[in-house]
Design a protein around this ligand. Structure first.
Ligand code: MN
Length: 259
């Protein structure tokens, strides 16, 4: 008999966020599921690692009898724990999410959802990040029920193929699917524009503090891009790699006189 697939589900929103429960329950249809996730929200924490401090990991009760552990580390720490043998078994696949907002374009290096999937490749596991384009809706009001068939299609298709090392899929799902059969579109990163403003305030003790405020970002709607296909109501699947080298710049930089 074939060994069941060993899956770890994580996220950057914290172990009690509703999206991770939706993803873990869907993943149970594919293999053995364990959850290792941060004990608080680490959204926009990027690709980070706990250095010079211990990691605490506590078992927590989780619905559906899924074995689950909360850590005081970030999302990529949760994945490193899994990859380095915390569960005493070889993990095949890391699924991260479901983030309640999209992770497209220049969000990607900020995103703990995406960077934890990238971390999986360092420890020889496969990884997929899932985000739902439900921005603007209160987290408790988000309905994750439509995500399951889309996630099952993506994961089952992914498992029938082999990606090169250090590559993952970044998957963005449309919310309240606007058309009956959304297309699965392979995309590239589009352009997203941030409209942050630095808000300066003074605390009750007279000390200044700062917020990143301003309007939410917006993305271009170009066809074939992650944000463009989401805007069309499609499922966006972007292959990402850990190697960020801008290869196309190497020849011209080699021509610069470095003195
Ligand atoms: Mn998040």
């Amino acid at each position: 008999m074939q060994k069941p697939l060993e899956i770890v589900v994580t996220n950057d929103d914290g172990i009690f966020a509703p999206g991770i429960l939706a993803l873990a329950s869907t993943a149970m249809k594919i293999g053995n599921v364990s959850v290792i996730a941060p004990d608080k929200n680490w959204s926009a924490s990027g690709h980070q690692k706990a250095l010079g401090r211990p990691l605490r990991v506590d078992p927590v009760s989780f619905p559906l009898d899924i074995p689950a552990y909360a850590t005081d580390g970030g999302p990529s720490d949760c994945v490193a724990l899994a990859g380095l043998g915390f569960l005493d078994k070889k993990i095949d696949l890391v699924l991260s999410g479901i983030n309640p907002t999209s992770n497209v374009s220049r969000d990607i290096t900020y995103s703990g959802t995406v960077t934890s999937a990238l971390e999986s490749t360092i420890w020889n596991m496969k990884g997929i990040a899932f985000s739902l384009d439900a921005g603007g809706i209160k987290i408790k009001e988000i309905d994750f029920s439509e995500t399951e068939p889309m996630i099952l299609t993506v994961v089952r298709t992914f498992l029938q193929h082999e990606l090169p090392p250090f590559t993952i899929l970044n998957v963005n799902l449309p919310y309240k699917v606007k058309k009956p059969n959304p297309d699965y579109v392979i995309t590239r990163e589009g352009s997203r524009y941030y409209r942050d403003e630095l808000i300066r305030q003074v605390d009750p003790f007279g000390k200044p503090y700062y917020w990143f405020g301003g309007d939410p970002p917006y993305g271009d709607e170009e066809e074939g891009t992650d944000c463009g296909e989401l805007a069309r109501g499609n499922i966006s699947i972007t292959p990402l790699q850990l190697d960020l080298t801008a290869e196309q710049l190497i020849p011209s930089l080699q021509q610069w006189e470095w003195k």
